[in-house]
Every structure is written in structure tokens, then in C-alpha cells.
Design a protein around this ligand. Structure first.
Ligand SMILES: [Zn+2]
Length: 332
């Protein structure tokens, strides 16, 4: 058994996961812990070190053989410096040198990338369309980001901002985004933003089944309640869902025209809504992309599901090692 093993660290706004996985994408062991961002990154990393000890204990042989560590973390970040810069969903975390910390804790090379890019690599290495040289993974949950594989390479960008599609502007008169621009795609299709706007409409007196589905508590109105009410044909929920689909088509149409992928894998919201999302999405796409660019492209929910975070981190390690193996001597 000479199969390569890697350590993956997947950092999310609420959960952190540490895993051991093989080059084939088989997860051998994993542990999860609450990120508890408010307690600060140093305190968080003490808990990560505890998880490392647990994995070392649970799978000593695999742990010993692990070649490298991959970190999937919220952006923005510096891949070269191995550092999270100031992720909006980890308030107060600034310039966190997570790669340096992990290298010290594991004595192995550490590679880092943002979560959407990492998920794109996971699709490329392990997903339904693995090995497809032109594919895009689209995070479709609280926020929106993409991992773009073009010509068999991840589109990283000069400042690691390749794939930051959630902040491409669909309407300059649109709602103000926390990033400072107006009408970013994420304002229309990020689950949290859509739920916030729906909540505001209901608080202003609009009537909707959504409120009942949220147990009568406006605070509990979320994207899931919106989808449930839209499925029932509720007028307000349908208005929001129709807008969501149209903006999703607008954004995906742009991706099709920019990168001409042969597969677009969709994250959380699409995984939970399936055909209810896909049918109207395909009906709207001709307004935003040429038939030639739509032809043959598979747009489908990711089959990696719940495992994608762990696999994303493992994929970052694999990509890092492969790139390091072909790098000329003397280069970092
Ligand atoms: Zn924005």
C-alpha cells in the first residue's frame, strides 16, 4: 500500500473539519469541531491541534504516511504566504498564518486555497466529472463563489481572486453589498441575502406562507422556508424564487460565456432543490448565453455532497504536491 495520504483542514464560519484522505478521495478518518470564530484564531488553533492528536491516535499508520497538508479556508487570502487576510465570515481574524501554524504542528508541507477554488479542485479530482479539463464548481449557499478549472488548471488569478464571481455586478442600481459595490450576484443569489430581503418585506407587512413555515417567527425566516413556500405556490415566495432563478441564470450565463465549461457543478441550494431549480434555470439560460456555449454543458448539483469540504482540503494538498513535484529546483 504505497497510496498517497494527505491531511485536510477545512475551515468554515461555523465548523472546522480535519481529515485524512487518500489520493483517490477516500476519507479515512475525520473530526469536526465548532470554529467559534469570536474566541479568536489562536484559541481555535489550539482546538485544531487537539484534533490532530485525535487523528494521529485513531489512524497512526495513515497519519505517519501523510505527505502534505491542504487547507481550504474562506477568502480573501494569500496563497503564497499561506495566510487568511480578513475573511468576512470570521470577524476579527486578520493575517492568520494558518499554513505556518499547520506546518509547525505537522512537520509537513502545507498548501492553502480558498474554499470555492478548493471545491473546484475536489470536483476535478474526485467528482462526477473528474478529469474534465473545463469545469466550474459554484458554491451556492450563504454566499457565492466559484472554483474554475480551465484547460486542466485552476484559475487562481494574480491576487488569488480568480473565481470571485459572487461580487461581479449584475445591476449597478441593485442592493448595496457589504463589499461596497451595488448589485453583486451574491446579493441576489446568496441564501442569506435573499432570506434577509424576504424577512424585510414580511416585516414591512407583506403576507406570505413563509411566516407560518418559519413557525410564525420572522427571525426564523430562512432560504429553506422560502423554497418550501415557493413549492406551495405562495405568491411572495414565488416572486423571490423567480428573481433568484433569473439572477442565477444571469450569473451562470456569464460563466458559460467566459469559460465555456463542459460541466457546472452546483452546491448546497441546488443539492436541496434539484429539478425545482434546474428546470426554470435551463429555461432562463438562453437569455444570457449563446446556444453554442450552452450546448453539451452539464449543469447539475454536485454529487460530493456533505463530503465536499473535506475532499476540497485534501484536493488542495494533492494539487500542491503535484505542482511542487514539477517545479524547477530552487523555486518555492
Ligand atoms: Zn459584493
Amino acid at each position: 500500500m504505497s497510496e498517497d495520504i494527505f491531511i485536510g483542514l477545512d475551515i468554515g464560519g461555523t465548523k472546522t473539519s480535519l481529515s485524512l484522505g487518500s489520493v483517490d478521495g477516500v476519507l479515512l478518518a475525520f473530526r469536526r469541531v465548532a470554529t467559534e470564530a469570536a474566541a479568536g484564531p489562536e484559541c481555535w488553533f489550539e482546538r485544531v491541534k487537539g484534533l490532530l492528536d485525535e487523528l494521529r491516535h485513531e489512524a497512526p499508520d495513515a497519519f505517519r504516511r501523510a505527505r502534505a497538508v491542504g487547507v481550504a479556508a474562506p477568502g480573501p487570502m494569500s496563497v503564497a504566504r499561506g495566510c487568511m487576510i480578513a475573511p468576512p465570515n470570521l470577524p476579527g481574524w486578520r493575517e492568520v498564518p494558518v499554513a505556518k501554524w499547520m506546518a509547525a504542528a505537522t512537520n509537513r508541507p502545507v498548501f492553502i486555497n480558498n474554499d470555492a477554488n478548493a471545491a473546484g479542485l475536489a470536483e476535478y479530482f474526485f467528482g462526477e466529472f473528474r478529469g474534465t479539463p473545463d469545469l466550474v464548481y459554484l458554491t451556492l449557499s450563504t454566499g457565492i463563489g466559484a472554483g474554475v478549472i480551465s484547460g486542466g488548471r485552476l484559475v487562481q488569478g494574480a491576487r488569488d481572486l480568480g473565481g470571485e464571481v459572487g461580487h461581479h455586478v449584475l445591476d449597478r442600481e441593485g442592493p448595496l453589498c457589504p463589499c461596497g459595490q451595488r448589485g453583486c450576484w451574491e446579493m441576489y443569489c446568496g441564501g442569506r441575502n435573499v432570506a434577509d430581503r424576504l424577512r424585510a418585506r414580511i416585516a414591512a407587512g407583506a403576507r406570505s406562507r413563509v411566516l407560518e413555515l418559519a413557525g410564525g417567527n420572522p427571525e426564523r425566516i430562512d432560504f429553506r422556508a422560502l423554497v418550501a413556500a415557493a413549492r406551495e405556490g405562495d405568491a411572495l415566495a414565488t416572486e423571490f424564487w423567480t428573481e433568484f432563478i433569473e439572477r442565477l441564470a444571469q450569473g451562470i450565463g456569464t460563466i458559460l460565456m467566459f469559460f465555456n465549461p463542459s460541466a457546472v457543478l452546483l452546491g448546497t441550494i441546488a443539492i436541496h432543490t434539484g429539478e425545482f431549480l434546474l428546470v426554470p434555470l435551463h429555461a432562463a439560460l438562453p437569455r444570457y448565453a449563446w446556444s453554442l456555449s450552452r450546448k453539451g454543458v452539464r449543469i447539475t448539483p454536485s454529487v460530493l455532497g456533505e463530503r465536499i469540504g473535506d475532499l476540497a482540503a485534501i484536493a488542495v494538498a494533492i494539487q500542491g504536491i503535484r505542482a511542487a513535484d514539477v517545479r524547477p529546483p530552487g523555486c518555492r
